[in-house]
Write a protein that binds this ligand. Structure first.
Ligand code: 5AD
Ligand code: SF4
Length: 466
């Protein structure tokens, strides 16, 4: 069915579900509890799910016990993430006992794995709906089946070439917005489950992306983050010849007071043109998340990353030449199967050389079905945790010394919220460093110039200028 017709069909289901839920909630507004685990892509999916739920007449709650509908949007990237989800689903048994009419749904990357869906089917009979990442837009239909048929619904797979545009979105904030530019990943890094659960790369049409950004800026959003597992390969398979740099230039041409960010960039596809585009733009932050994963070329080869240490460092050199103020963050995996301590030390030397603003660090987690899961992994978990602590310590020193150098400077901060613990406003610089400072609620969601007065490790403190 063409995507536009499918969307129309789902709107009809949504209207029916709204009517049924209203009756079930006995005149009150039905409430949904939605919890998203994992990456920003999942957060963006969660916002679409909430958009559809709002269309089905739901209001939202943070309390599972007062919800008529509970949904967990899951992440499969590491075993620990999966275990947390199983624990939390198990705990819903009591909620269901107290409130038998509550509908429970589980979706997201975990559900695209056969073994997981099977475990939900057999171990958690109180889960009503299970669906994967390719069929999110069919939530109204699944809800309709669950409420009218009282059968369990399992809907997974069905990857289609077409992207369903025009789903309603209920955004979590009103100053920062996520815009997906591409779905899926074709890279098959040997440790990673994403290509198996999110499917092949598919780019959205550039006009749809530019229009979504234009509308967000007109609504007053101050920061847009473009999302994709590998944004630098944006454009593959589209009828129009366009690459990611060109897409960035088209969005940057929109007038307004806003920031543009993007993630994630794969070093193998990051071009000089990309850095030139950032440097020459009006709105793109001088910031890039460029995961290196390891600083050792043999390990990178085993990871199937398709660049080596030298190529990565060469990219960084070019980028810093172009933008001396460029802020770079990265993902690192410690203890990839077969990695030796000497090879791990190459990661330490790389992070010292690059001086990342911050790092997202992970101990290797074996994902069934990936190539790395079959590799010999002789180093114990305990030993890996020692390496991991060493890495954190080195990075803490780097981040603290970078932050200390910022004391005395003034920074433009997009204020996000109030830190409930210390009562200070909290926001981020263009380089994505957290800044806290005293101020009134009216500043939340706005840009504010702040003089940096103190560095507390990797968090800055300051005072508002003017
Ligand atoms: N084990 C540990 N970390 C992983 N990542 C992806 N797969 C795994 C895994 N199996 C990390 C990578 C990636 C980030 C999103 O998660 O560093 O960039
Ligand atoms: Fe996973 Fe590699 Fe794709 Fe990133 S680029 S999602 S690490 S396979």
């Amino acid at each position: 069915m063409p995507a536009a017709d499918e969307l129309q069909k789902q709107k009809l289901y949504a209207a029916d579900v709204a009517a049924i839920m209203q009756v079930r909630a006995m005149g009150t507004v039905p409430k949904a509890f939605v919890r998203t685990y994992g990456c920003q892509q999942n957060v963006a999916d969660g916002e679409k799910i909430k958009g559809m739920l709002a269309e089905m007449g739901f209001d939202f709650t943070d309390d599972e016990n007062e919800a008529d509908f509970i949904l967990f949007n899951t992440c499969a990237i590491r075993e620990h993430a999966e275990d947390r989800v199983y624990g939390n689903i198990g705990a819903l048994k009591n909620v269901k006992r107290r409130h038998p009419s509550v509908l429970i749904a589980v979706c997201g990357c975990m559900m695209e794995q056969e073994r997981v869906a099977e475990r939900i089917r057999t171990t958690f009979p109180f889960v009503n709906i299970v669906f994967g990442t390719h069929v999110i837009h069919r939530l109204p239909e699944m809800m309709y089946t669950a409420v009218t048929d009282s059968k369990r619904v399992f809907l997974r797979g069905h990857e289609s070439k077409e992207i369903v545009e025009g789903l309603p979105v209920r955004r979590d904030g009103n100053s920062r917005a996520w815009v997906t530019v591409m779905y899926g990943c074709d890279n098959f890094c040997s440790y990673c489950i994403v290509p198996y659960v999110r499917g092949r790369e598919k780019s959205r049409h550039p006009d749809a992306i530019v229009e979504e950004c234009r509308a967000l800026i007109a609504e007053g959003y101050k920061e847009i983050t473009l999302l994709g597992q590998n944004v630098n390969s944006y454009g593959k398979g589209l009828p129009e010849k366009i690459n990611f740099s060109e897409l960035l230039r088209r969005i940057d041409a929109i007038d307004g007071d806003y920031r543009l960010r993007f993630m994630t960039s794969h070093p193998k596809d990051a071009t000089r043109e990309l850095f030139d585009t950032i440097a020459e733009s009006r709105h793109i932050c001088h910031y890039i998340h460029l995961p290196c994963q390891s600083g050792n070329s043999r390990v990178l080869k085993e990871m199937n990353r398709r660049y080596d240490r030298e190529k990565y460092l060469e990219l960084i050199r070019y980028a810093k030449e172009k933008m001396p103020d460029l802020s770079i963050t990265s993902d690192i995996i410690v203890g990839f199967p077969g990695e030796t301590y000497e090879e791990f030390c190459d990661t330490l030397s790389l992070i010292r050389e690059v001086e990342f603003t911050s790092l997202f660090t992970f101990i290797f987690s074996s994902r069934p079905g990936t190539k790395a899961a079959e590799m010999d992994d002789p180093v114990s978990y305990k030993e890996k945790t020692k390496w991991f602590s060493e890495l954190l310590k080195v990075q803490e020193e780097i981040a603290a010394s970078r932050c200390a150098k910022m004391v005395g400077s003034s920074e433009r901060v997009l204020v996000e919220e109030r830190n409930e613990k210390n009562g200070l406003l909290c926001g981020r610089t263009e380089s994505s460093i957290i800044v806290e400072f005293p101020g009134g609620d009216e500043l939340i969601g706005a840009f504010c110039d702040v003089r940096i007065t103190e560095a507390r490790n990797w968090i800055l403190r300051g005072e508002k200028i003017g």
